[in-house]
Design a protein around this ligand. Structure first.
Ligand SMILES: [Ca+2]
Ligand SMILES: [Ca+2]
Length: 80
C-alpha cells in the first residue's frame, strides 16, 4: 500500500529531531540544497566566518545536507 499522507510525514519529521533531511530545509531559504553563511546567519546571527568554516567540512564554501545536520546539532547544543 502506497498510502503515506504528507501530514504524517511532516508530523514524523517534527517528532524526530536532528535528522539530516529535516535540518537543511530550515536554514536553506532558497531551497537549492546547500546553506550559505548568509542563510545560516538568518537562524544563527552570531555565527562567525571561522565557525562557518569549521562546519564546512569539505571546504566548498557552503554547507550541504550532512554538514547542515552537524551544524544544527552543534549550534543547538547547550553552550557551556
Ligand atoms: Ca541555499
Ligand atoms: Ca561544504
Amino acid at each position: 500500500m502506497k498510502f503515506v499522507p504528507v501530514a504524517a510525514t511532516v508530523l514524523f519529521g517534527l517528532t524526530v529531531p536532528a535528522l539530516a533531511q529535516d535540518s537543511a530545509p530550515v536554514m536553506d531559504a532558497d531551497a537549492d540544497g546547500v546553506v550559505t553563511i548568509e542563510e545560516i546567519r538568518v537562524v544563527y546571527p552570531e555565527l562567525t566566518e571561522e565557525a562557518f568554516a569549521a562546519l564546512d567540512v569539505d571546504g566548498d564554501g557552503v554547507l550541504n545536507v550532512e554538514e547542515t545536520a552537524v551544524a544544527s546539532e552543534t549550534l543547538m547544543a547547550p553552550q557551556n
